[in-house]
Design a protein around this ligand. Structure first.
Ligand code: CA
Length: 614
């Protein structure tokens, strides 16, 4: 009898303990490192009614600096002074009367030197991949029970298709063989959204990758493997907004965590408001604080806790995953000063790192405003090292079709645009591209894809002019797509990425003759470009296009590369004496592997032809 009574009492005790226990759902970041330059660590603790807890830590080296209780009782922000923190595991202890909860927290030892995070630069070619659409290496993770999007459907361009880290890992050799030196992955963080989760731009967890791609550990392994093959990895981040299924949105920490929290206002997408001298408050608020779309609520980076959370998040990923760069989504849609602080903090921890902001504006004046040290933004400074050259993309999309005239068409547009590089503080740190996941592919339709000289010439230019080149996956096998047919189609599956695909374009023998021609051409130029200091660091000198021909020289340390492009549908004969400033001696044409005598009086260039001479 007595034994039974004790048992009942014990059961009752555990039951009550359970009822009374302090329940913690999230601790972010889950761990940190000793010896970081920024000495303040924000730890966000999320759990039912925890805000009234008393809080203490058992660390001998980290000190509590500030405890912040937000409007929402489910959040506690603990700010620690980690200036003298040593690697250790300590307890964060929450107590509410007799209730007590200990959270083990680790300050880790740093395993790499921050100087090893050297970023990407003009010596690199970034191969942009949408992870859901490249290769499915593990069908077991296609659907994860409990996540909101409940199926894969390759027949639906807007559904998940099942690509993952395993698939990427299986094909890293394909990317290095092609000659790219870096991969930029569209977002990999969790997107537990009901629809459209495949593209990854509605983050629902800033500290965990989407389980349909794999685990955080598998992401780290993928990056280690890529590094082992000499490939850098650029991570896509989104600080302007999160997904509406994020716990920040389903359980607001405070009424100022988001912009326009009460009534949905969509951004005007007119981010010129950031630098428009004449902007009205209404237009500025709408552009910067309006939401990107209804499923992507706009984070208020002016709230110091939000800003700190986001800054720490990217530092955590750089340190944890040993990233080589960040691509920041919708950069001009967020608060200028907060994004500036973010860049400053990241570059303070990793001085040689690189960040490129998605500055999708229609002109170089607007884009240059966003580049670090811009005179146009002075006395403000974005501290954003790299910006995206969207106007050059717009020009390239038509320039390679047009008959070059002395004014306004074809390469005259290219030349004229480059003459305006004075607006950019650092033109070599512009990301340049023919297309990306949000635009029509450069080869928009079958007709374009069949016009190999157009794409070959565009590649010859892209890979030899100033800037960091980006190639969108599948361009090398002539994948084509028109944005008019929807975004999903711009992100088609790479053929052969799925078991049972009718053809496997990862393998030369299964590519068409035309695909192999472009693949081999791309491979030749990329491998020539790899490690080429003249392209990575060289100055640029160009000539006004004459008779449809555009000529320029890259030069570095006594070495030169001369590029000659025929922007016309007719064969042209160049009078070499007009270009003696750069046309001297005999040079090897990289494209045809032949010697070209520049001392001869004339040089014939095929219609839409290109020479890359060194
Ligand atoms: Ca999968």
């Amino acid at each position: 009898m007595q034994k039974k009574a004790v048992g009942i009492l014990l059961a009752l005790f555990f039951l009550l303990q359970g009822t009374w226990a302090i329940e913690i759902k999230k601790v972010e970041p889950a761990f940190w490192w000793a010896g970081m330059k920024n000495t303040e660590l924000q730890i966000m603790i999320y759990g039912q009614d925890i805000a009234n807890s008393d809080i203490s830590i058992t660390s001998g080296t980290a000190k509590i600096k500030e405890i912040v209780r937000l409007e929402n009782k489910n959040y506690l922000l603990l700010y620690l002074d980690v200036a003298n923190a040593k690697p250790e595991v300590f307890d964060i202890v929450l107590t509410q009367g007799k209730k007590k909860k200990s959270i083990a927290y680790e300050i880790k030892e740093r395993t790499t030197d921050p100087a090893e995070r050297i970023g990407f630069n003009a010596g690199d070619v970034l191969y942009l991949i949408m992870p859901d659409r490249f290769s499915n290496g593990d069908t077991d993770n296609d659907v994860i029970k409990g996540m909101r999007e409940t199926k894969v459907d390759r027949g639906n361009p807007s559904a998940r298709h099942g690509g993952d880290f395993k698939g990427l890992s299986n094909h890293l050799d394909y990317i290095t063989d092609l000659g790219a030196t870096a991969v930029w992955l569209n977002p990999v963080l969790e997107n537990d959204m009901e629809h459209g989760s495949y593209h990854g731009y509605a983050t629902t967890d800033y500290y965990n990758v989407d389980r349909r791609f794999g685990t955080n550990e598998e992401f780290i392994q993928l990056i280690e493997k890529a590094h082992g093959k000499g490939l850098k990895v650029v991570m896509d981040m989104i600080f302007n907004h999160c997904g509406s299924s994020h716990f920040f949105f389903t359980d607001y920490p405070s009424s100022d965590w988001f912009n326009f929290p009460d009534k949905y206002i969509q951004t005007s997408y007119k981010t010129s408001a950031q630098y428009d001298k004449y902007v009205s408050k209404k237009d500025s608020d709408k552009a910067i604080d309006g939401w990107f779309v209804e499923s992507m609520p706009d984070l208020n980076q002016r709230n110091r806790h939000v800003k700190k959370y986001l800054i720490q998040n990217s530092i955590w990923w750089i340190e944890y995953a040993k990233l080589d760069g960040i691509r920041q989504d919708t950069h001009p849609y967020a608060d200028f000063d907060a994004m500036s602080d973010w860049c400053k903090e990241v570059l303070n921890e990793y001085p040689d790192f690189n960040i490129v902001g998605e500055t999708w504006l229609g002109n170089n004046v607007g884009i240059s405003y966003w580049q670090k040290d811009s005179k146009l933004s002075y006395p403000k400074n974005s501290y954003l090292p790299s910006v995206m050259d969207f106007p050059l993309m717009d020009i390239m999309v038509s320039a390679f079709d047009e008959e070059t005239t002395d004014w306004g068409q074809g390469f005259s547009k290219v030349h004229d645009y480059l003459t305006q590089d004075i607006v950019y503080p650092d033109p070599m740190n512009l990301l340049i591209f023919l297309d990306n996941h949000d635009t029509s592919r450069f080869n928009k339709n079958e007709k374009d894809a069949k016009n190999s000289s157009r794409y070959k010439q565009a590649l010859a230019f892209l890979l030899t002019t100033r800037g960091i080149a980006e190639l969108y996956y599948g361009s090398e096998i002539l994948m084509y797509a028109d944005k008019a047919n929807g975004d999903g189609g711009l992100r088609a599956d790479f053929p052969g990425g799925w078991i049972g695909d009718p053809t496997n374009a990862f393998t030369a023998s299964e590519r068409t003759k035309e695909q192999n021609e472009i693949f081999e051409y791309t491979k030749k130029l990329l491998n020539w470009r790899k490690g080429n200091q003249v392209i990575a660091k060289g100055t640029l000198k160009h000539f006004v296009p004459v008779n449809g021909v555009y000529i320029y020289e890259r030069s570095y340390n006594g070495k030169t590369v001369v590029v000659i492009l025929n922007g016309s549908n007719q064969e042209k004969t160049l009078e070499t004496k007009d270009f003696r400033e750069i046309l001297v001696g005999k040079k090897k044409d990289i494209i045809s592997d032949t010697q070209i005598d520049l001392e001869a009086n004339t040089l014939v260039i095929n219609a839409r032809g290109a020479y890359i001479l060194e």
